[in-house]
Design a protein around this ligand. Sequence first.
Ligand SMILES: CC(C)(COP(=O)(O)OP(=O)(O)OC[C@H]1O[C@@H](n2cnc3c(N)ncnc32)[C@H](O)[C@@H]1OP(=O)(O)O)[C@@H](O)C(=O)NCCC(=O)NCCS
Length: 195
Amino acid sequence: MNPKLLDIPIHYSSERLLYRSYTPEDFEFYYQMLKDNWDHLYEFMPTDLMPVKSKEDVALVFQKHQKQWDAKKLFLYGISEKATKVYAGETYLANPDWDVPRIEIGYFMVKDHTGKGFATEAAKATTGLAFEKLHVSRVEMEIKVDNLASIRVAEKCGFTLEGRLRNRERKKSGELIDTFLFGMLLSEWKKSLGD
Ligand SMILES: CC(C)(COP(=O)(O)OP(=O)(O)OC[C@H]1O[C@@H](n2cnc3c(N)ncnc32)[C@H](O)[C@@H]1OP(=O)(O)O)[C@@H](O)C(=O)NCCC(=O)NCCS
């Protein structure tokens, strides 16, 4: 597949949630969100966000993400609740291999919006986007083995546990940790829709 031909949506929606790609102006609010949720998101945050000390640092990370979007390598979406328009979290598509094609999905919810089924709804919506708009044949999730809530999300979305990758990641504490690889095939996605 030639990713240059893909017309990736900048927004989409599901029952209770709206998904919108970030704009450069979002950096101020994102900085505040990170500060407010640091304890909750710390373990999950990628290393390029770890040294963020100011709004300007976030603006630079946003510029990098925009370049990755343009290169069809990373697609990040902010999630807000339809009813209130309040920011609820983030979902993304990352690490594509366009020859297969396959892609990885991920997500987080801000602390105040956990426990409402939002991550499951968002993961399903983003998986659908990957299959239907990016035309991939396989979607993956990598989840640290101690992230029980996220493992449950993958299960509720109908992903299959395909393997355990030993010492695959290092926790922020320095400890090595295994990750579970979950996957879903296009045929399984279609079956879940009743096609
Ligand atoms: C993981 C995360 C996305 C879950 O978000 P959420 O909106 O609360 O998820 P949902 O409500 O859709 O589903 C969570 C499920 O996990 C279950 N769960 C929550 N904490 C759990 C725990 N400690 N042990 C076992 N199950 C747990 C919930 O009961 C629910 O399952 P249920 O519907 O069968 O009851 C959220 O906690 C988060 O953002 N964490 C930090 C970032 C992160 O870990 N991202 C994912 C990285 S792979």
